[in-house]
Design a protein. Structure first.
Length: 303
């Protein structure tokens, strides 16, 4: 009993002490001011492919939103609308159906014109691809071209024909590796033969001029079997960079050859289609002319 009385008195004293503690006065105006001052929002800017984080007021955000709404009409034309995967598939399907309809058309002119348009588009695409392989020519280095007498030309021609060292120029044409091989042959031989196979008519002279410019060699003779004989020169010094910088690599030269070959076949196919279209139009004109002409039985011969 005594313990319980002591416990109750202690609790009552604690309650009275707590009730006598002064309560803090809260100023509502201060809270509202602080709330207005701290009304910031988180913003993420992605201008010029750079991500920036910033805290801005609501008023600034509202002004920016209004400006964006006003300028939406001008910027919407510049934005690219991203197509969904389903839309792309539907577009390709529609394109295939149109192409199939033209290919299976009963009118031969429609079929020929479709093939002709497709071939011309491919020709434009190949021309754009070949422009990437155009290497800008570097500045021409000053060097003294050696003048050989007729006796020296005859001597180097005879000695060069007897030797077996040669450099092949194949379907890739003239690229850095051909010039490099010429310089490696000139390390031990004065002359070198360059064989061009396959070679179009008249292309051998283009190869001779190009190799003479790149290697600084002298053309001794051009044979009918597409073989060029080069002389290195009396004062020949092997350059530090034997493969010129303004030439294609082996892989790039092969890629260029494939595009050129495709362009040649495409141009021939376009000529064939144009001829077919012209013949068909002539045939239709003759048929209409014969149809409009009166029959022979209806013509009355008057004497």
């Amino acid at each position: 009993m005594i313990v319980s009385l002591i416990y109750r008195r202690a609790i009552s004293r604690f309650i009275t002490n707590v009730s006598t503690i002064p309560k803090p006065q809260i100023n509502i105006t201060k809270l509202t001011r602080v709330r207005q001052l701290c009304s910031a929002s988180f913003e993420l800017n992605t201008d010029k492919d750079v991500v920036r984080f910033s805290f801005t007021n609501n008023n600034n955000n509202n002004n920016k939103a209004q400006e964006e709404k006003n300028s939406y009409g001008s910027s919407s034309s510049k934005r690219k609308v991203k197509m969904s995967r389903k839309a792309k598939v539907n577009e390709l399907r529609l394109y295939r159906l149109k192409a199939k309809k033209k290919m299976n058309s009963p009118n031969p002119e429609v079929r020929i014109r479709y093939k002709l348009d497709k071939a011309k588009r491919k020709e434009e695409w190949l021309v754009e691809k070949l422009r990437k392989f155009e290497v800008p020519k570097g500045p021409v280095e000053a060097y003294d071209p050696e003048i050989l007498t007729e006796e020296e030309m005859h001597y180097f021609k005879r000695t060069g024909e007897k030797k077996k060292n040669y450099v092949p120029v194949g379907r890739r044409g003239v690229f850095g590796g051909v010039v490099l091989n010429m310089h490696l042959h000139w390390k031990k031989h004065e002359t070198v033969k360059v064989t061009c196979k396959p070679c179009k008519p008249g292309q051998i002279h283009e190869y001779a001029d190009e190799l003479a410019r790149l290697s600084k060699g002298i053309v001794i003779d051009i044979k009918p079997d597409n073989t060029i004989l080069f002389y290195r020169g009396k004062n020949y010094v092997q350059p530090k960079v034997m493969s010129p910088l303004d030439t294609l690599t082996k892989a790039r030269a092969l890629e260029k050859f494939r595009y050129e070959q495709s362009l040649e076949h495409t141009s021939q196919f376009i000529e064939k289609l144009e001829k077919e279209l012209e013949d068909y139009q002539k045939h239709v004109a003759e048929y209409k002319k014969g149809k409009d002409a009166p029959p022979r039985d209806s013509i009355v011969h008057t004497q």
